[in-house]
Design a protein around this ligand. Structure first.
Ligand code: MCN
Length: 768
């Protein structure tokens, strides 16, 4: 760990998470831990079919059971406004998003009826008494099949199953390919993944008839979006809805929402006048929470004789399911726009298509298109190296964007803010002793070992949009920071306290950080896309600066000094050149709220709110070298070294930043090595439990030798970039690069993930 950072006294310190005392002593409060008097329990009847017509639905036996409060079908529900959709891709075809399905179900797991009962057991009993007669219909899971003529139609509004299409065309790709000395093509399949947060989704809602106010506790990453969505869908006053994300046991992008259950629980709590709760089972979570990845893409590179990339073409097909999650466009969009990666590419012709399928929905999952883009370009670069008989590191070296070209605008129109990709790459090679690994590989191969070295480089855009921050120094001098972002494992309470402490000249312990509650907070966005530090942290820093400026003016009045002579000192303000003349922040706050004797033009109070919206995203970057060996008899891969350098600009808390790298590495490792949501051709789930869906356990995740580079971003006052998704982006291509390298003597030039022993053993056997 060599994370060195900027000069502030708290920013850059590896402080332990203040959140952890509560969480690791079992005192965390997740949705299911919350006690609300008189709460009722919601259980849903879900379609067992991927695509079926509902012939009949009989709820009479369920209604008669003791303890049942209500049984609701689509007809009982009445009109509910559409689930809001961010129109990230113009021209998106928007299908119905029925909260409860009527007529036709278009994915397994879609609810067709809801039971509310005194206890979860009574509700489950009633669910079993509901009789649904389905007529199964042909379904379609594969995006290429869905786009082909005669495929089953997944939604009513699209005959060809096309949901959205977006293209990036720049320069003259056709000519680049025509004139190229070399052309390579690779088709890659991203397996479907499930996010598998430790806490499955859950919602609790209470309607207060005396005030007409709705309170919703939900396991979400974006409480403000849930609030505005509920207001719009249910026709309620947004100011009378309070959404709280209590402790959230992981989100990984899939807890963006709103989901059907959040809407249903709110509707039913209001209608019944009783609190209603829904807690997902693990099986429901695997089936109904947005999946990630799943796309297929064909990419082509045109290169000159020296191995310089001249052109890039790609056709991306992203399955989406039969409904569109709010941020669904993000994945096909990121997949295309990020494709040039860290390389100089002048001519591009890229098209990304989102496809309706009769499958569980696909939405944002840690990386959301960034891992897919990095994977495709890295596979192409490896394939180019193989074709040109160049070392894969050398081919990358010839194409990395040089530092003097920053800010750099890519052929897909993205503007990279800062970075030194060649230096970062060379440092990674040196740290791994890349040349030594290659020499050892030659010697070991001669002895009959199957060994490989993989290389990957990546970019990670983050910090899209804006975020809010409020700083209030209370009358006693206590410091409150409220952020619009919404932590669910990232440690914002710790990180943000460090940022505010530096700005105000107080200790981090003196700063209380609140998040995840819309009540009393400025409008905010939430936590996803590794945006919180760059945006939320910056909003708080700017608000703290405003507060400090006002406090300094008030301090000048108390110190009877000129404002220009007053400076921040530990815990308060002092006068330049007069060491004894200081005033504590608490005294300034007391003065601010007393409201009398303030300098002319000053208002009482000591608080500020800022909405930080930078000119563009921040672009983190990184590189991997991995060395592996493969067991000839079983196909098992053993990682021998993983060397990784990441550049996320200014690091606020090196301990937490490394935690993010390790966590994202674990998830990327899961994709590379073992995870896969298996569906049958019609969209039926074949891996519906954690017995079938393999996620890495702690002892599966390898050790990585992690280092940092620091190219501060000019786009925010902290110089910070995002780090939360890095491992999911970088490790999959690095591992596939290493395994394919190991298997190249057996005629293997590409393998899709997951790199299971069976898949590798088959490739070995075929090539023997
Ligand atoms: N950090 C830092 N300096 C930086 C950047 C980050 O010190 N320059 C540290 C901070 O401690 C910050 C954390 O890293 O709190 C993550 O910061 P950032 O990269 O800004 O990402 P976000 O806080 O916006 O978190 C989102 C990101 C994403 S997109 C997913 S998905 C994800 C992830 O974070 N899901 C997580 N990390 C997760 N960690 C946990 N425990 N659980 C999840 O669901």
């Amino acid at each position: 760990m060599d994370a060195e950072t900027k000069s502030g006294s708290w920013v850059g310190k590896p402080m332990r998470r203040r959140e952890d005392r509560t969480l690791i002593t079992g005192r965390g409060r997740f949705v299911d831990d919350l006690g609300v008097a008189g709460v009722r329990h919601l259980v849903l009847v879900r379609s067992p079919h991927a695509h079926a017509r509902i012939r009949s639905l009989d709820t009479s036996a369920a209604r008669a059971l003791p303890g049942v409060v209500a049984v609701i079908t689509a007809a009982d529900l009445g009109p509910i406004g559409p689930i809001p959709l961010m129109r990230l891709v113009p021209g998106t075809v928007v299908p119905d998003y029925p909260v409860l399905a009527a007529g036709v179900v278009r994915a397994q797991g879609i609810p067709v009826a809801a039971v509310v009962a005194d206890s979860p057991y009574a509700a489950l009993d009633a669910v079993e008494r509901i009789v649904v007669d389905y007529e199964p219909l042909d379904g379609v899971a594969d995006p290429d099949t869905a786009l082909s003529a005669g495929a089953p139609q997944a939604v009513e509004v699209s005959r060809d199953n096309r949901a959205m299409a977006i293209a990036w065309r720049h320069g003259d790709a056709e000519r680049a390919f025509r004139d190229a000395a070399h052309r390579v093509t690779v088709t890659v399949q991203q397996q479907r993944l499930a996010g598998v947060p430790m806490e499955p989704r859950g919602v609790l809602a209470r309607w207060d008839p005396s005030t007409d106010e709705l309170t919703v506790w939900t396991s979400t990453q974006a409480p403000f979006r849930i609030r505005s969505s509920l207001a719009r869908m249910l026709g309620l006053d947004e100011a009378r809805i309070r959404v709280i994300a209590p402790d959230v046991g992981g989100g990984f992008g899939v807890k963006g929402g709103p989901y059907r259950e959040e809407v249903l629980v709110a509707v039913l709590a209001r209608r019944l006048g009783q609190p209603v709760k829904w807690i997902s089972t693990r099986a429901e979570d695997l089936l109904t929470t947005n999946h990630g990845r799943g796309g297929r893409a064909t990419g082509e590179l045109a290169l000159d004789a020296e191995g310089h990339i001249r052109g890039l073409r790609a056709r991306i097909r992203q399955p989406l399911g039969p409904t569109l999650a709010v941020t669904v466009g993000g994945t096909p969009l990121n997949y295309g726009r990020c494709l040039p990666g860290p390389y100089l590419v002048e001519h591009v012709d890229i098209e990304s298509v989102g496809v309706f399928t009769t499958t569980p929905p696909v939405g944002a999952y840690r990386g959301a298109g960034r891992p897919e883009a990095a994977y495709l370009i890295e596979r192409l670069v490896d394939e180019a190296a193989r074709t040109l008989k160049l070392d894969p590191a050398e081919l990358r070296r010839r194409n990395l964007i040089p530092p003097e070209r920053f800010p750099f605008k890519t052929a897909t129109g993205q503007v990279y803010d800062s970075g030194d990709y060649p230096a970062l790459f060379e440092r990674t090679l040196a740290a791994a002793d890349y040349a030594g690994l290659r020499r050892a590989q030659t010697a070991r191969r001669a002895r009959g070992e199957i060994v490989g070295v993989g290389v990957a480089a990546y970019v990670e855009p983050s910090g899209l949009g804006w975020e809010s921050g409020l700083i209030r120094v209370e009358a006693t001098g206590a410091v409150l920071a409220i952020t619009g972002s919404s932590a669910h494992g990232q440690g914002h309470e710790t990180t943000f306290a460090q940022i505010v402490a530096d700005e105000l000249g107080v200790a981090p312990e003196a700063v209380t950080v609140r998040h995840g509650d819309t009540h009393g907070a400025p409008q905010g966005i939430g936590t996803f896309g590794s945006r919180s530090t760059a945006l939320g942290g910056s909003a708080l820093a700017l608000a703290a600066r405003d507060v400090r400026e006002k406090a300094r003016r008030l301090a000048a009045s108390l110190l009877e000094a000129a404002v220009d002579d007053v400076v921040t000192v530990d815990g308060g303000f002092g006068v330049v050149g007069a060491p004894g003349r200081t005033v504590a922040l608490a005294r300034v706050a007391e003065f601010a709220y007393r409201g009398q004797g303030l300098p002319p033009g000053s208002e009482p109070g000591l608080e500020a709110t800022r909405f930080f919206s930078p000119e563009g995203e921040v672009w983190s970057a990184g590189a991997f070298v991995v060395a592996i060996r493969i067991d000839r008899d079983t196909g098992t891969v053993t990682p021998e070294r993983i060397v990784w350098i990441d550049d996320a600009g200014t690091i606020i808390n090196p301990l937490l930043a490394d935690g993010q790298l390790e966590g994202s590495l674990a998830q990327g490792w899961g994709q590379a090595m073992m995870e896969e949501v298996a569906l049958d051709p019609g969209g039926q789930m074949l891996s519906g439990t954690l017995m079938d869906y393999a996620i890495p356990r702690a002892d599966d995740v390898p050790h990585a030798e992690i280092g940092h580079a620091h190219s501060p971003s000019p786009r925010n006052p902290l110089g910070a970039k995002g780090i939360g998704e890095a491992g999911t982006i970088g490790i999959p291509p690095a591992m596939v690069s290493a395994v394919v390298d190991a298997l190249s003597p057996f005629g293997v030039s590409h393998l899709d993930m997951p790199l299971t022993p069976e898949r590798i053993w088959r490739a070995l056997s075929a090539g023997r």
